[in-house]
Write a protein that binds this ligand. Structure first.
Ligand code: ZN
Length: 272
């Protein structure tokens, strides 16, 4: 393995017709990946994919978007959490998530109820991660022009930190906060990962330069948001090389040494 994509959704139907070719390109380019679950069925598929491929691992969890008007927090969530207890027995499961808070699509009429339910679901998964001593894969999305969801996640994590200490750790996926928010996650011993958006939007340059090399991660979030020069196409783990190139360019660092540091970070945090 030479490169790592720590966050992709290989279970999705987007890969239905040519999944073998996607896997072949990963092998050819020596790409490792962590397949991410967003509910119980997708977590189960991610684990199955990881068990069938030595260069793929899995995170299991329930995405906060699961709790919305369309998907009310029903008894099914309890069943799904019980299902995660089974899945975590696989040695290929290296983290819990994606989980977190998503205030971006909150519908104002139901905002308060949905927000509280998202928090409840997130806290259950933090407790699950601490119990099994696994890192968290966080999904955080704030309302526009705000860092509200980041602040709420930090408050929750700081609460758990007091008891859990070093067992509470993980990565903030698709980091979209500023330097001040980044510092707070770094203080909590989290890493930050960046996806394809950094290849065509300059808003993240300052925070990318700020993150110490030993706390930086690379991800595609495939099949979403393909990096330049693949923009508009379906994304896939082998495109992570373009994201690492851009990280090195923005930071003014040598590609190979930055890539080695990123790979070492993923190995350390996820135990892969
Ligand atoms: Zn994701």
């Amino acid at each position: 393995m030479k490169y790592i994509d720590i966050h992709c959704h290989l279970d999705r139907e987007d890969y239905g017709t040519d999944f073998e070719e996607v896997l072949a390109r990963m092998k050819e380019k020596r790409i490792g990946a962590i397949a991410i679950g967003a509910d119980f069925p997708s977590s189960k598929k991610a684990v199955a994919i990881a068990e069938q491929n030595e260069n793929i691992w899995a995170c299991i969890g329930i995405h906060p978007g699961y709790v919305s008007e369309a998907f009310p927090l029903a008894a099914r969530v309890e069943d799904e959490l019980l299902g995660l207890e089974e899945l975590i027995k696989s040695p290929k499961v290296v983290g819990v998530g994606e989980c977190g808070l998503d205030w971006f699509r909150l519908d104002l009429a139901s905002a308060k109820t949905v927000a509280n339910k998202q928090k409840e679901l997130f806290e259950k998964q933090i407790e699950f991660a601490i119990k099994h001593n696994k890192p968290l894969m966080l999904h955080i999305r704030a309302t526009q022009n705000s860092f509200d969801a980041y602040k709420d996640v930090l408050e929750i994590l700081n609460h758990y930190k007091k008891e859990a200490g070093g067992k509470l750790r993980g990565n903030v996926h698709f980091f979209a906060g500023d330097v001040e928010i980044a510092k707070k996650f770094l203080d909590l011993n989290f890493t930050l990962s960046f996806a394809g958006v950094i290849t065509f939007i300059r808003d993240y340059d300052e925070v990318i330069k700020y993150v110490p090399q030993e706390r930086l991660m690379s991800e595609t979030d495939a099949p979403f948001v393909a990096p330049v020069p693949f923009r508009g196409q379906r994304n896939e783990p082998s495109f992570v090389i373009e994201i690492i190139k851009k990280l090195a360019e923005i930071r003014g660092e040598d590609f190979d040494s930055l890539n080695s540091a990123i790979l070492a970070n993923a190995k350390r945090v996820f135990g892969i």
